[in-house]
Design a protein around this ligand. Structure first.
Ligand code: SF4
Ligand code: SF4
Length: 92
């Protein structure tokens, strides 16, 4: 058992060593909230604290214009804009 690592940001921050989002989004930070959401759901825990966490970065997350410039910098081929969108749909 356990949360699948597929489509999960490892928070390795390797992308940020080489790339900065033109919209100023710290996307690994937001994807980490996405991971916490998935874990909470898997273990039947309250998502309220995670919703609160998301509120802190909500405005930042909404600046994503899906330009896809970040994609090639993720070692794990994550679809970052899609995951940001999902995070908003789950927690926004
Ligand atoms: S987006 Fe990809 S490269 Fe960046 S921290 Fe997450 S897993 Fe690592
Ligand atoms: S797709 Fe979104 S997160 Fe990625 S570089 Fe463009 S604006 Fe930034």
């Amino acid at each position: 058992m356990g949360v699948s690592t597929e489509n999960t940001c490892r928070e390795c921050t390797h992308c940020l060593e080489k790339f900065a989002c033109p919209q100023g989004i710290d996307f690994p930070e937001i994807l980490a909230i996405h991971t916490r959401y998935k874990i909470a759901v898997e273990f039947n825990q309250s998502i309220e604290p995670i919703k609160e966490m998301y509120q802190e970065v909500r405005e930042e997350a909404l600046r994503c214009i899906s330009c896809n410039q970040c994609l090639k910098w993720c070692e794990y081929d994550l679809d970052i804009p899609k995951l940001l969108d999902e995070t908003h749909r789950y927690l926004g």
